[in-house]
Design a protein around this ligand. Structure first.
Ligand code: NAP
Length: 276
């Protein structure tokens, strides 16, 4: 049947209105803009390498940044200089996070300095080589104190500092926590536990606080890592390259701002985890 064509002068039928889905899966009208304007972030181990890239990326997204360091005072000053040069705001805080009480003190100092805390990134860690036959109990304790206990107590202090406003925690795990590396068993187990802790805290702290993790692949070689080993690692990676600190930082910014994501362990490893 032909549709009736309205004659000139006759009232035109109203154009059909777009239907609004009001069901439980209704989508927002616009994709929210990624911004951390007005927010405060603390990044542990932010003086150099991956932690520095994360601090710079969060500052670029608008956050004021607490730059934590332990031994790298000059490098932390350089991170702050770079953030300020780009128009951001940052301040440095020193703490030995392997000591009891220091994680809580650090977070409380940052929240007091900036007057709030919205994002915590637990990046400081050690990657100690401990060949299986030579692992000492002391190695185990020291690795776990820094890689697992410190992120847990930083997170507990952050929960207090974030208060009713809530916030986001991003832990840095490691692909080694999901593969078998006989020379790095305490490290791998500690990073696998970081993923387990992420999921446990995500469930416990929702809906006020989101907790996620990034599990990077190889992004920066430890000292003394040969060019041949780097090439071999890249060949064994589906995306055929070693990652960069910026790859990790971009994932951290995403998880810090993704309003409907919690309990996620997000691999940034060029696809290695998909081959196991
Ligand atoms: N690099 C990679 O390819 C890679 C791959 C997978 C996962 N990751 C993870 O990504 C994160 C950063 O990696 P990265 O290679 O940049 O690490 P890194 O070079 O080993 O640096 C780690 C940071 O931890 C801090 N730290 C060490 N001991 C500390 C202590 N007792 N108290 C407080 N802070 C301490 C250091 O601070 P100071 O220098 O100020 O002492 C340093 O900034 C780590 O969690 C790591 O496991 C890295």
């Amino acid at each position: 049947m032909k549709a009736a064509v309205p004659r000139a002068g006759q009232p035109q039928p109203a154009a059909p209105r777009p239907r609004r889905d009001k069901g439980p899966g209704a989508t927002a009208a616009r994709t929210p803009r990624v911004t951390l304007d007005g927010k405060v972030a603390l990044v542990t181990g932010a003086g150099k390498r991956v932690g520095r890239a994360i601090a710079l990326a969060l500052a670029e997204a608008g956050a004021r940044v607490g730059v934590h360091y332990h031994r790298s005072a000059a490098e932390a000053r350089e991170t702050i200089r770079a953030i300020r040069a780009a128009g951001g705001d940052a301040h440095s805080f020193r703490a030995d996070l392997s000591c009891v009480g220091e994680p809580m003190r650090l977070v409380s100092d940052v929240a007091t300095h900036f007057g709030r805390l919205d994002v915590l990134v637990n990046s400081a860690a050690s990657m100690r080589r401990t060949p299986l036959a030579r692992v000492r109990e002391r190695d185990w304790d020291e690795v776990f104190a820094l890689n697992l206990r410190a992120p847990f107590f930083c997170s507990m202090a952050a929960v207090r500092a974030m208060g009713r406003r809530g916030g986001a925690i991003v832990n840095i795990s490691d692909h080694m926590g999901f593969e078998s590396w006989p020379d790095f068993v305490p490290h791998g187990v500690s990073k696998s536990a970081v993923a387990a802790m992420t999921r446990a805290l995500a469930a416990a702290l929702a809906p006020r606080i989101r907790v996620n993790a990034v599990a990077p692949g190889f992004v920066l070689a430890p000292e003394g890592y040969s060019a041949a080993k780097r090439r071999a690692f890249a060949r064994a990676t589906p995306l055929r390259r070693i990652g960069t600190p910026r790859d990790v930082a971009a994932a951290v910014v995403y998880l810090a701002t993704a309003p409907y994501v919690t309990g996620e362990v997000h691999f940034v490893d060029g696809g290695r985890h998909a081959t196991g």
